[in-house]
Write a new protein. Structure first.
Lengths: 103, 474, 496
């Protein structure tokens, strides 16, 4: 049995990234889209940590991953506040309800 | 960290302190005027600190930030832009019945994010600044919560900005894999490896989104339309200016323009932005959407400076951006000044006969539009002249033809608005009965107009400053 | 500094007239009239004191944008001087012609009018190429506003079309100027936009042709040459009287002036390669313009279309490029400015009385306005080239010069003269002769109109009878063009 190496992490990250992207494109529910965005960031985080351990050998990647976790939390906080307002106005979190602007 | 480091960091420190001061003031007493003036005073102090620290040599502060004259110039531009937005916002928010004070916490924080972007010497700092800017903008775009448009705009911006910054983080991870560090430079990114190339491409998605370049521009018209007019001005100028400065620095520290594929890609993006932005603006009856599309084209023009030789391209970019800041902020300022409490004055019909109803606002808007169109005796002409000069000098004929074509198209829609301004006033009531302009708004617009014309008439001092500051090697 | 005053006088008068009109519109009009006359007088004094040696009567150079090698430098030679005289005269005519016609926003109107005149003056004086471009674009905005605000029913369309065409040509000119200066910088190491230094920049044949075409694009739009003319009938017919006078009399001349001033001296090698095609285009324009004029049923559109035909002679003269033809082109510009400018003023006077310039709604005006009829006949005859009046001298010289280069084209161009008789007489017949249309009995010329028309008539007769003074004034410029052409033809192939 081969030990877990860089490749495995990269494949996992790639799968997560694709899943996140698909979620963002397909979902119409705002919360679902937000989850997709989180998946994207987590895919990036896994990459950062894997490279930090296996190829770069510096801690830069790990530090950035920590920051990304914090930033993602902040983003979600604001996002949820906006979605709450959206919900109270449209009685739904379906983003297609916001279709005022065209052209 | 030494005292000199601290002095170099002073603009950042003061801007952050401004946000904290407003926050404390808000907990003590809720007064719109107090919050606004604290914010404006803090930003003004930050600008003053840049001017006083002009003699400092480039300083690296930890591995994250570098404060050199390039960063100082763009910091000054960002802070001045934020200050104008703060003053314009005061008049804009005054008419609206809601709590305004938190707005003046978010605005300096967004400015801090932009400052971090222009000072960053490391992808980590860049991503931090980018996210700080984005998160503040989500809240600022949705700030009014009165119309349907603003929440919709905020949701759109939120989703797309979230996705694009995830791309940027992913790109940073790939670049990190290639070189083992997140710091910019020295040049040596192995562009032959697919990992590094994919990293650059993913980073480009993040940058291209903030710059609203084709094909990452879809959010622009909706967000500009839905956001409060001063914030639309902020997104068009400060946020774009900061990211553009970063792109300029990154491309040259990594020497990415030595690679033919990247030149080709940027050329294609620039030409597409100029043409698509201008063509899409043609059909707009909504002034904010029209300005949004025109801003796409303007960043397309700016890429000429990015692709031209550094010695001419960098000053050209700085001049063009300065002129663009003045004209865009002025145009959105007029839109804001005409807006009613319930809706922004964004229909073309709102502007019919403005020259006879509100001569000052009409004159200001005329000057701004002429500058955006690049006509002489406005700052826009000096910008366009330097830009075309750098382009001709580097023989970028394809981009220059796109610029000429785009400019001619743009004349058409700028003239549409201009023609509306001077329309014979209708006999009936005007479509929009705009409130009186508060004096801070008038002062800000006057400042922008005077600066615009002064630079157009006598650009030598600005060019000197730019030669000294914005061109420095790093 | 005299040159600076020539530009500042109209500009400052316009700035002062804007607020002055709030107090007394008459004061604003008087101020602008005085400024135009002052310009005329200064130019006349300069003419009297013309030095006998050298091309340049006066030059001026002030620093402007040193970082880009741009200076605020002006110069004046006989060619510029003639056009400045024309500017002063037509400026006064434009103010007088709108004396009673403009009642709304008098101050802003005069500001725009005078700003246009200042821009035109600057174009005729600029020595730095970027400064030339600045003035070139500068006259655009006030003229746009003149048409947009005070124009006819389709003014927005006409004004936008005018702006778009000119701007498109202008941007190519800017590219051309920058490319020329950068080539010069690579050869000599100094970045300059000074006309006198850029002359003699060595260009490879293909470079020369491209740059020449870029310059020509801007000038051919303004002139206008056939194919680039669609803006002209709309702009002229929709503009207010003063706007039409300035457009036809001066703005079109800016195109002709640009050709004379820049094309030959800057690109003597490339010039002959373009010349045959340009001459053919000119002749086509002469014939097309005349045919177009015949087909119009609007008085102002008719006069405007005839301009295309007349300006074709300028293009023909410039590209025939011998001394006779170049001198002829200069005289055609002056003569066309005097006659067509006045014809537009007359059309404006008719419009003011009868509120139409449609030929179907005009007719038999001679009975009520014999004096106006007589004056119009005079200027129509001057326009179609009656010997003894201004138009004859210029077109005759151009034809003589063109005959030396290409007899066929000269013969075709003279057919344009015959056509001009046809459309001119049609104009007289439809407007003044024939049965009377409408009930009104318009009053004949007022004292103010008599004054302005008789001055213009005197100038027309003077240029027609004693063209030598005009020819003398432009001779040094024309001889220098001849010299640079023959130098270039004699010189070996330019360095790439």
């Amino acid at each position: 049995m081969t030990p877990v190496g860089l490749q495995h992490y990269l494949v996992l990250a790639a799968v997560l990234f694709s899943a996140g992207l698909c979620t963002m494109v397909v979902k119409r529910n705002a919360i679902g889209i937000l989850i997709g965005a989180e998946l994207l960031l987590n895919a990036a985080n896994i990459n950062l940590l894997a490279f930090s351990k296996y190829s770069a050998g510096t801690l830069d990647g790990a530090i950035l991953a920590l920051f990304v976790i914090v930033l993602a939390a902040a983003e979600v906080a604001i996002a949820l506040a906006i979605f709450l307002n959206f919900y109270s106005r449209f009685a739904s979190v379906d983003v297609d309800r916001g279709d005022q602007m065209r052209g | 960290m030494t005292a000199l480091d601290l002095q170099a960091l002073l603009p950042l420190v003061l801007t952050t302190a401004t946000a904290i001061a407003v926050m404390i003031a808000v907990t003590i007493t809720r007064r719109h005027g107090l919050a606004a003036w604290l914010c404006a005073a803090g930003l003004a102090a930050a600008i003053a600190s840049i001017a006083s620290a002009r003699e400092c040599a480039p300083r690296h502060i930890s591995d994250l930030l570098v404060i050199d004259s390039f960063a100082r110039f763009y910091s000054g531009l960002i802070l001045a832009g934020s200050l104008v937005v703060a003053v314009l916002s005061y008049g804009y928010l005054k008419l609206r019945t809601d709590r305004h004070e938190e707005y003046y916490i978010l605005l300096p924080l967004a400015a801090v994010g932009s400052l971090v972007i222009v000072c960053s010497a490391n992808l980590l700092a860049f991503l931090l600044g980018l996210e700080l800017l984005s998160i503040c903008l989500f809240a600022l775009i949705a700030y009014r919560r009165t119309g349907r448009g603003d929440l919709e705009a905020a949701v759109k911006y939120l989703i797309l900005a979230g996705a694009s910054s995830a791309f940027a983080v992913f790109g940073a991870a790939l670049i990190y894999a290639d070189r083992g560090s997140l710091a910019f430079g020295p040049p040596g990114l192995a562009l032959s490896s697919p990992v590094a190339l994919a990293g650059i491409a993913a980073l480009l998605v993040g940058v291209g989104f903030k710059l609203a370049l084709v094909p990452f521009h879809f959010w622009t018209p909706d967000v500009y339309q839905g956001a409060p007019a001063p914030i639309a001005g902020f997104i068009a100028t400060v946020s774009k200016g900061a990211v553009f400065a970063l792109a300029l620095r990154y491309l040259s520290t990594e020497n990415l323009l030595a690679d033919g594929r990247i030149i080709w890609l940027l050329t294609a993006i620039a030409a597409a932005s100029m043409l698509a932005g201008n063509l899409l603006a043609l059909r707009q009856d909504n002034v904010k959407r029209m300005l949004a599309y025109s801003s796409i084209a303007h960043v397309g023009y700016l890429l000429i400076a990015l692709l031209a030789s550094a010695s001419l391209g960098r000053p050209a970019a700085a001049i063009y951006l300065t002129a663009y800041f003045l004209a865009s902020l002025g145009a959105f300022g007029v839109v804001g000044a005409l807006s009613q409490p319930t809706r922004d004055a964004d229909a073309l019909a709102d502007y019919r006969g403005l020259a006879w109803r509100r001569p000052f606002l009409a004159f200001t808007l005329t000057a701004m539009l002429l500058s955006l169109a690049g006509l002489p005796l406005t700052a826009g002409f000096v910008g366009k002249l330097s830009l075309v000069f750098s382009g001709v000098s580097s023989a970028l004929w394809l981009l220059l033809s796109a610029l000429v074509l785009g400019s001619v198209i743009s004349i058409f829609y700028y003239l549409r608005l201009l023609a509306a301004l001077f329309a014979t006033p209708p006999a009936s009531e005007p479509a929009i009965s705009s409130p009186n302009t508060p004096w801070p708004t008038t002062a800000a617009l006057l400042f922008l107009t005077v600066a615009l014309l002064a630079i157009g008439l006598w650009p030598a001092p600005l060019l000197d400053l730019i030669q000294k500051m914005a061109v420095a090697a790093w | 500094m005299t040159l600076l005053y020539l530009i500042l006088i109209p500009l400052l008068a316009g700035l002062a007239a804007w607020p002055a009109a709030r107090v007394a519109p008459r004061a604003a009009r008087g101020l602008c009239l005085a400024a135009s006359l002052a310009q005329l007088v200064i130019a006349a004094i300069l003419w009297q004191n013309t030095p006998t040696t050298g091309q340049w009567i006066e030059t001026l150079s002030l620093p402007w944008i040193p970082q880009l090698g741009i200076t605020f430098s002006l110069f004046l030679d006989g060619l510029s001087l003639l056009l400045i005289l024309l500017t002063g005269l037509l400026g006064a005519l434009a103010v007088l012609a709108s004396w009673t016609a403009i009642r709304e926003n008098v101050g802003f109107f005069h500001f725009n009018l005078m700003a246009t005149l200042a821009g035109v003056t600057g174009v005729f004086l600029a020595r730095d190429l970027i400064l030339f471009y600045v003035f070139w674009e500068l006259m655009l905005v006030p003229l746009y506003l003149l048409i947009r605000i005070w124009g006819g029913d389709r003014r927005v369309y006409a004004a936008t079309k005018f702006f778009l065409f000119t701007q498109a040509g202008g941007l190519l000119l800017l590219l051309g100027i920058l490319a020329l200066a950068i080539t010069h910088q690579r050869q000599t190491g100094t970045l300059t936009f000074d006309y006198l230094q850029l002359i003699g920049t060595a260009l490879s044949p293909s470079q020369g042709v491209w740059l020449l075409l870029a310059f020509l694009a801007a000038f051919a739009v303004k002139l206008p040459a056939l194919g680039l003319h669609p803006w002209l009938p709309d702009a002229h017919s929709q503009a207010p009287t003063a706007g039409s006078v300035v457009l036809a009399g001066l703005v079109l001349k800016a195109g002709g002036y640009g050709m004379l001033r820049f094309l030959i001296p800057l690109f003597p090698q490339a010039f002959p390669t373009i010349a045959p095609a340009a001459m053919a285009l000119a002749v086509a324009g002469i014939l097309y313009g005349a045919a177009l004029a015949f087909a119009q049923d609007d008085l102002k559109r008719l006069i405007a279309s005839s301009s295309i035909s007349h300006m074709g002679f300028v293009l023909l003269g410039v590209f025939a490029a011998n001394e006779l033809a170049l001198q002829g082109a200069v005289v055609v510009m002056i003569a066309h400015g005097l006659t067509t400018g006045t014809l537009f003023a007359l059309a404006g006077a008719i419009d003011e009385r009868l509120h139409t310039h449609h030929l179907d709604r005009l007719g038999g005006l001679w009975t009520d306005m014999p004096r106006m009829g007589g004056v119009t006949l005079f200027f129509v005859l001057a326009g179609l080239g009656l010997p003894g009046l201004a138009g004859f001298v210029g077109e005759f010289l151009v034809l003589l010069g063109a005959w030396q280069t290409s007899p066929v084209l000269a013969a075709l161009a003279s057919a344009g003269l015959v056509l001009s008789v046809v459309y001119s007489l049609r104009l007289m017949q439809r407007v003044f002769l024939g049965p009377k249309v409408g009930e009104e009995t318009p009053r004949d010329l007022s004292a103010r109109e008599w004054l302005m028309l008789s001055v213009m008539a005197a100038a027309t007769i003077w240029v027609g009878l004693w063209p030598q003074r005009v020819l003398d004034a432009s001779a040094p410029a024309v001889q220098n063009m001849q010299k640079s052409l023959s130098d270039a033809a004699g010189a070996p192939e330019a360095r790439p």
